[in-house]
Design a protein around this ligand. Structure first.
Ligand code: SAM
Length: 430
C-alpha cells in the first residue's frame, strides 16, 4: 500500500476493506468470518462502516454485477472490480436514505483504488464508471431490472425455488429477504415481566413493542452493551420466530431435555428460562460449542454441554431416554436471509439435497433416544418445503410410532415483518 495521507477511518479505507470482504464471499467464505478477518487490524471507529458497506455490497451483488457488465468493457483487476461493486451498492440506495452523498462515494472510491500500488492506475476508470452511473442512473437501473438476478438480488435458482414453492408469496418473500431484520429481544420472564422490560428499555431511550409472549421488537438496533440488564441475563437477542421453539418443546420442571443442535445456545437459554430442566446441550461444532457456555453463563444457568453428532447417539448418549428433544437441525437458512445476505450467494442447489439427507440422518438418530410418550420438536430456519413439510411427512411415514402433534408449521417472513422464516413440526412417541 502507498503511504496514504487519508485518515484510516476514511470511507476510502472502509471501501478497501469491504472490497476484501466481498472478494472472500465471492470465493465462498461466510460473511461474518470474512468481515472479522478484514477488520482485525482496522481502527475501532471504522469497523462499523466496513461492516455496513460489506453487508450492503452483498445485498446488492446481483444488481451491481449487472451494472458493471454494462459499464465496463475491459477486464478489471479483481480489487478494482470489488471496490466498484461496493461503491455501486451505495449509489443504488434511495437518495433520501443515503449514508453518503454521491460526490463522497465517487471521490472515496477513487481514493480507495489509489491506496493500492497495483490498483492506483485505475483511478481514472473508477471515476469515469461511477460518474457514468450517476448520469445514466435511471436508464441503467431500468435496463438491469429486466434481469431477474439483478432485479431481485438472488441467484436464479433461488428465485426459481422460492417461486415454485410459494407461487403467491414469492415476491414478498424475496423482498423481505432483502431488508435488514429488526433487532428483537427475548425477555427472561423468570426474572422480569415483559412490560417491566419495555419500561426499563424506554428509560434508556430504547423504544420497543411487544411481538410475542417474551419478544420485544426494538424501534432501532442498538449495540448490546447499551441494553440495560443484558449482562445480567435479563435480556437476550433472538428473533421472534425463533422464540416459538422453547414453548413448543413444552418441557416441565425436572424433565430430561436434549437440545440436539444447540450452538450457540439461544434456544437452550430459553428452555432453561421456562422450566427447571435437566438439559443436555449437544453440538458437533467444537468452536460454536464455546458460545453455548458463554450464553448460559450470562443467563446464570448451567447445563451438560457435549460435543457430538446428533445422528450418532451411541457416541454421547448414556442410554437414559429424553422426555423432550429439540432438533434445530442444520438447514439452508433460507428463512434468515435478511440477517445473513451472503447465504443466497454461497449455497448451491445441490446443498438442499445434502441437507435433506443430513436432517433425516439426525432425526433417525435422535428418535431412538426419546422416551415413550416423549416429544420431539423439529425446527428449521428455512422456507424450502423439501427441508420442512416434506421432511415432516417423510418422518411420520418412516416412523410408525410417531404421532404428529399440532405446531405452527411454516412461518414465512414478510416485508417489515416481525419474524424470520421458520418451520416447526412436533411428534410424540407412542
Ligand atoms: C440452526 S443452528 C442451531 C441454533 C441453536 N439451536 C440456537 O438456537 O442457538 C444448527 C446447529 O447444528 C449444529 N450441527 C450440525 N450438524 C450437527 C450434527 N450432526 N449433530 C449435532 N449438531 C449439529 C451446527 O453446528 C449448528 O450449531
Amino acid at each position: 500500500m502507498f503511504q496514504s495521507v487519508l485518515p484510516t477511518e476514511s470511507l476510502a479505507h472502509s471501501l478497501q476493506r469491504a472490497a476484501q470482504v466481498l472478494e472472500a464471499v465471492q470465493n465462498g467464505a461466510g460473511l461474518p468470518m470474512a468481515l472479522a478477518q478484514a477488520i482485525l487490524k482496522a481502527p475501532n471507529g471504522s469497523r462499523g462502516a466496513t461492516q455496513d458497506l460489506a453487508y450492503r455490497a452483498v445485498r446488492h451483488l446481483g444488481s451491481s454485477r449487472a451494472l458493471l457488465n454494462i459499464l465496463v468493457k475491459p477486464i478489471l483487476q479483481r480489487r478494482v472490480r470489488d471496490i466498484l461493486l461496493c461503491a455501486l451498492a451505495l449509489l443504488q440506495e434511495p437518495r433520501e436514505h443515503a449514508a453518503y452523498s454521491d460526490f463522497t462515494v465517487v471521490n472515496q472510491a477513487v481514493e480507495a483504488v489509489a491506496l493500492g500500488v497495483k490498483t492506483f492506475g485505475a483511478k481514472g476508470l473508477v471515476n469515469a464508471v461511477l460518474r457514468r452511473f450517476l448520469r445514466e442512473r435511471h436508464a441503467l437501473l431500468s435496463q438491469i431490472a429486466l434481469q431477474p438476478e439483478a432485479r431481485w438480488n438472488y441467484p436464479q435458482w433461488w428465485i426459481d425455488a422460492v417461486q415454485a414453492a410459494w407461487p403467491k408469496q414469492w415476491m414478498s418473500l424475496l423482498t423481505a429477504g432483502n431488508q435488514r431484520g429488526p433487532m428483537t429481544l427475548r425477555v427472561n420472564t423468570r426474572k422480569l415481566c415483559i412490560d417491566a422490560a419495555k419500561k426499563m428499555l424506554a428509560e434508556e431511550g430504547i423504544l420497543s413493542h411487544v411481538v410475542g409472549p417474551a419478544a420485544l421488537r426494538l424501534a432501532f438496533a442498538v449495540p448490546v452493551n447499551r441494553l440495560p440488564g443484558f449482562y445480567e441475563g435479563l435480556l437476550s437477542v433472538q428473533d421472534a420466530g425463533a422464540q416459538h421453539a422453547a414453548a413448543l418443546v413444552g418441557a416441565k420442571d425436572r424433565m430430561r431435555v436434549l437440545d440436539a443442535c444447540a450452538a450457540p445456545g439461544g434456544k437452550s437459554g430459553h428452555l432453561l428460562e421456562l422450566a427447571d430442566i435437566e438439559l443436555l446441550a449437544l453440538d458437533r461444532d467444537l468452536i460454536r460449542v464455546n458460545r453455548i457456555y458463554e450464553n448460559l453463563e450470562r443467563l446464570g444457568f448451567s447445563a451438560n454441554v457435549k460435543i457430538g453428532d446428533a445422528g450418532d447417539p451411541k457416541k454421547w448418549w448414556d442410554g437414559q431416554p429424553f422426555d423432550r428433544i429439540l432438533a434445530d437441525v442444520p438447514c439452508s437458512a433460507a428463512g434468515v436471509v435478511r440477517r445473513h445476505p451472503d447465504i443466497r450467494w454461497l449455497r448451491r442447489p445441490s446443498d438442499i439435497d445434502s441437507l435433506v439427507k443430513e436432517q433425516r440422518r439426525i432425526l433417525n438418530g435422535l428418535w431412538c433416544t426419546l422416551a415413550r410418550g416423549g416429544q420431539l420438536l423439529y425446527v428449521t430456519c428455512s422456507i424450502f418445503p423439501a427441508e420442512n413439510e416434506a421432511q415432516a411427512q417423510w418422518f411420520e411415514n418412516a416412523h410408525p410410532d410417531a404421532v404428529r402433534l399440532s405446531a405452527p408449521g411454516q412461518l414465512l417472513m414478510t416485508p417489515d415483518g416481525d419474524h424470520d422464516g421458520f418451520f416447526y413440526a412436533r411428534f410424540q412417541k407412542r
